[in-house]
Design a protein around this ligand. Structure first.
Ligand SMILES: [Zn+2]
Length: 134
């Protein structure tokens, strides 16, 4: 058994590098939090544990970015959006589709993980992203 990991954003990114999309779940009220918090923002309990999220979600809103920070310039224009997971938690994410015209509110998306070290180095952006379901 490995030691339980702290509910921190650093550990969240470490999980991403292991291709795991993780949230923290409150032991008491089952509320799921991403990014992770050590105290439940629903019931204030400090008993939280990591839980692995599924890979499926739905696009609830998005915007197309034309002016990007240097790390993302090669991707412009690209979409960022909010994805609602089956577990009910909402995640901000880069949305990758073959053509931006294909973006639709409510479309099914699937989590994937960036292997581009340039993107991984940018601290403001998680290493996960969402793409069209195959
Ligand atoms: Zn709670």
């Amino acid at each position: 058994m490995s030691a339980p990991r702290d509910p921190t954003i650093e550990e969240f990114y470490k999980y991403c590098s292991e291709k795991k999309l993780m949230g923290v779940r409150c032991v008491r009220c089952k509320h799921i939090m991403v990014p992770p918090r050590s105290i439940c923002n629903n019931c204030r309990s400090s008993r939280v544990e990591w839980t692995q999220l599924g890979s499926k979600g739905k696009l609830t809103t998005y915007t197309v970015v034309h002016m990007a920070p240097p790390q993302f310039k090669h991707m412009t224009p690209y979409a960022v959006g909010i994805v609602e997971m089956a577990e009910g938690v909402k995640l901000p994410s880069i949305i990758r589709v073959a053509r931006l015209e294909l973006l639709k509110i409510g479309m099914e998306l699937e989590a994937d993980f960036s292997t581009n070290p340039q993107e991984s180095a940018w601290p403001q952006w998680p290493r996960y992203f969402f793409k069209e379901t195959a």
